[in-house]
Design a binder for this molecule. Structure first.
Ligand code: NAD
Length: 515
């Protein structure tokens, strides 16, 4: 049975009456229904958000932070409800739901609550060159207005709360369209914000499908924060371009892992398995390709097999690797596996749906003898699969790592950090970890975002929260009275003065001090 199914047909795209039934991947049983917001409802939500935003923008950072702190408290108080909801909706392990969907949202909300005032306080900047003698510059960060937030299903809470905290702390209102695969956790976030005392309509959740997301972009929002696939990202980028609104596009990845010959192989093998299987392999910075030089290939593979074979997968806690959250993802995983096997890849562990479980589970898998002809090394698989390719040396590993349309993250394993840094600088990705993986999203000071097809724009940290603002320069002349310089009428004398000044500034040593 599909994770979500249309139960009412006949409604036009954007119209009323598009109802969906959602089933849990844990046991394929229905867990609820939702109706997609109509185009009218989307417009109404954006209008209400705009009204709420006006008074919110007038609140001090301290007042906004106090509400964010209250939201964190609700998350901590009601953590089991959120974990139950996410587990039912996604089938991920409880430990992952706790770490990713409760702990991480609290960390990110606390981070921006505490630092927004510092990141967004007005700045006085001294203009460069001669201009400093004539002008002063003040920069203020003004909220954009209403932010449209569109999120995926793989980490439904943290991928919503992280941009939400930034947008709200910057003084915006947010209208959120969560994934149709995971609607219930978003409803719970909205309930938590009500419980925390957030002003009405400051954060609204609109349930819906892709059409609802498309309608949100057209509904008069001032920015889109989008996280999702490359294919949808392209459509979102096009629509935002048409509407002339800014967007950050956080898209898919195909992260490579380079194991250097001097790596601690035990640590690297554990990292490969965790990097590939964490969250059932459903995260954008999941380790999808592993390149290992010949001299250490055999011992590395043995260690990976030992780690992967020890993983527990079951519908009953405690277990390590949960369900495949979405049945369509299962089809992609199975088709990549079939393609790899048909082209000569060998399965050492797993490699199939778990036959002992009723729900949608793919066994933790170790695959060797793979190459770049295979989809499993080229397309985003998003499953619990460690695919290992033997290479001559690190140079070949680097060349293959960069042979990808994606460029989100990557990781390098070596006991020589200088070597790791040299390789990292040559990886064509948004970020890199050395002797660890995925942490670039978890450290807000690290600008996060992909290159190539993995996205546009970087999020998080000071730069990220400023992305929810318009940096508004105010230039103040040092004189408040008297004639303007360089005004009408233009004269030969004035032009000759500018030529002499150019000579002085750009052709003399003294002059260059003022450029
Ligand atoms: P998706 O692109 O199918 O859907 C994402 C969201 O977009 C959903 O809410 C969906 O309803 C909405 N949507 C669909 N069509 C739309 C349209 N035309 N206009 C506007 N919105 C539309 O992605 P998914 O399958 O939910 O998520 C998995 C993908 O997300 C993977 O590729 C993964 O790598 C990526 N991802 C990226 C990051 C990152 O930070 N780079 C993080 C997590 C997930």
């Amino acid at each position: 049975m599909a994770n979500y199914q249309r139960v009412e047909s006949g409604a036009e795209p954007g119209g009323v009456g598009r109802r969906y039934r959602v089933s849990s991947p844990v046991d394929l049983q229905p867990i609820g229904e939702f109706e997609a917001a109509s185009r009218e409802a989307v417009r109404g939500a954006v209008e209400r958000a705009r009204k709420a935003q006006r008074s919110w923008a007038g609140q001090s950072f301290a007042a906004r932070a106090a509400l964010m702190q209250r939201l964190i408290e609700v998350f901590v108080e009601r953590q089991d409800e959120m974990i139950d909801c996410v587990v039912r909706e996604t089938g991920k392990a409880r430990a992952e739901a706790l770490a990713m969907e409760v702990f991480a949202p609290c960390v990110t909300a606390a981070y921006y609550a505490k630092r927004a005032a510092e990141f967004l306080q007005p700045e006085q900047r001294t203009p460069a060159g001669l201009m400093r003698f004539a002008k002063k510059l003040t920069l203020i960060y003004k909220p954009l207005g209403v932010v449209g937030l569109i999120t995926p299903w793989n980490a439904p809470v943290v991928l919503a709360v992280n941009p939400l905290a930034q947008a709200l702390m910057a003084g915006n209102a947010v209208v959120h369209k969560p994934s149709e695969v995971t609607p219930f956790s978003a409803m719970l976030i909205e309930e938590f914000t009500r419980d925390a005392g957030f002003p009405e309509h400051l954060y609204q959740v609109l349930q819906g499908d892709g059409q609802t997301g498309a309608d949100l972009i057209e509904a008069g929002v001032d920015k889109i924060s989008f996280t999702g696939s490359v294919a949808t990202g392209r459509k979102v980028g096009e629509a935002c371009g048409r509407n002339l609104i800014p967007a950050t596009l956080e898209l898919g990845g195909k992260d490579a892992m380079i194991v250097c010959a001097d790596a601690d192989l035990d640590r690297a093998a554990e990292g490969a398995v965790r990097g590939a299987c964490w969250n059932s392999g459903h995260y954008c910075c999941s380790t999808e390709r592993v390149y290992v030089p010949e001299p250490v290939y055999e011992p590395f593979v043995q260690k990976v097999v030992a780690h992967a074979s020890a993983l527990r997968q079951s519908g009953e806690e405690p277990f390590d690797v949960g369900a495949v959250f979405w049945d369509r993802q299962m089809e992609i995983i199975e088709s990549h596996m079939a393609d790899a096997k048909a082209r000569g890849a060998k399965v050492l562990v797993g490699g199939r749906r778990n036959p002992d479980l009723r729900g949608s589970y793919f066994e933790p898998t170790v695959l060797v003898d793979v190459n770049h002809e295979m989809q499993i090394m080229q397309r985003e698989t998003f499953g619990p699969i460690v695919a290992i390719q033997k290479v001559r040396d690190e140079d070949e590993a680097l060349r293959l790592s960069n042979d990808s349309e994606y460029g989100l993250g990557g990781n390098i394993w070596t006991t020589d950090v200088e070597r790791g840094l040299r390789l990292a600088a040559q990886m064509e990705t948004g970020g890199v970890c050395i002797n660890d993986m995925t942490m670039t999203y978890g450290i807000p000071e690290a600008p996060f975002g992909g290159v190539k097809s993995s996205g546009i724009g970087q999020v998080n940290g000071a730069q990220g929260i400023r992305g929810y603002c318009h940096a508004h320069p105010i230039v103040v002349d040092r004189k408040t009275r008297g004639p303007l310089q360089g005004g009408y009428p233009y004269t030969e004398k004035g032009s000759a003065g500018m030529r002499r000044l150019m000579h002085l500034l750009f052709r003399t040593r003294l002059g260059r001090l003022f450029t």
